[in-house]
Design a protein around this ligand. Structure first.
Ligand code: SAM
Length: 247
């Protein structure tokens, strides 16, 4: 019977490809890849040349019905993204939603993921957390999102691009607090992996002094709002409407 297999791939170090992932990729009759050239690197590493079909954010909605149909007809298809677990800030959701609606079989070969790797490495509370993926690119929308998260007490995980990290950190300092504990995890599993553990304010200064650190792939983990902030925010919410009533 047909089936989709979601396969996690490395987030940097190719040795992180699991044995099951290797076997599944090597034996898949058809592989959905996010970017053909990117996938090629992995296929070369494995010494294989599988049949691929590109599935990316621009065509995944249009392609999903056709792929679901092929699975319903008995095809075994694999899904990879450029790095880590497909569907986590990566393509695949329209297809999975369709397979779910049609009750078609799906399985997963789990593996590397930048968000969880960064959280584990951060030294920040890992018992409860929220994954926010990428913040909006536009300043207004980004600040609105950060404002909405101001009272979040769980650790927060963000994917961020090097050309936006300084602005994002500055917004967090401005809208939350410079004292919030954070960890900027760069280039995980790669040669220049590092985890900068500092306050939000400290990270802003650190990146100003060492602009060479504003490079590479990065995941930002921020500690949740302390109880006090939430009480203040609660008070603000109560006081705001009351003050508005005053003459
Ligand atoms: N699906 C992937 C996963 O499971 O981690 C995430 C894909 S998302 C498009 C790519 C973002 O993940 C990057 O912009 C960066 O924020 C983060 N990321 C990926 N690889 C990383 C690494 N080696 N170190 C730190 N962050 C990484």
């Amino acid at each position: 019977t047909g089936q989709l297999t979601i396969i996690a791939t490395p987030i940097g170090n190719l040795d992180d490809l699991s044995l099951r992932a290797q076997q599944a990729i090597s034996s898949a009759p058809l592989i959905l890849v996010e970017d053909r050239r990117h996938a090629q690197r992995l296929f070369q590493h494995l010494g294989i040349q599988p049949k691929t079909l590109a599935l990316h954010e621009h065509n995944e909605r249009a392609l999903a019905p056709q792929i679901a149909q092929r699975i319903a007809a008995g095809e075994r298809i694999a899904l990879l993204s450029d790095a880590g677990i497909p569907l986590i800030s990566d393509p695949g959701f329209p297809l999975l939603a369709l397979l779910r609606a049609r009750q078609l079989p799906v399985t997963i070969i789990p593996g590397p993921n930048a968000a969880l790797a960064a959280l584990a490495l951060s030294g920040l509370p890992s018992d409860r957390f929220v994954f926010e993926g990428f913040l909006p690119a536009k300043a207004g929308a980004r600040r609105a999102r950060l404002q909405a998260l101001q009272r979040e007490s769980r650790s927060l995980i963000f994917y961020e691009a090097p050309h936006r990290i300084c602005e994002t950190l500055a917004d967090m300092v401005d809208l939350w607090s410079p004292d919030r504990a954070a960890a900027l995890c760069r280039e995980l599993t790669k040669r220049y992996e590092e985890c900068l553990r500092d306050s939000l304010g400290g990270l802003v200064v650190l990146l100003q002094v060492q602009p060479d650190k504003v490079r590479g792939e990065m995941t930002l983990v921020v500690g949740g709002a302390p109880e006090q902030t939430r009480q203040d925010a609660d008070a603000d919410q109560l006081l705001g409407p009351l003050l508005a009533e005053l003459p």
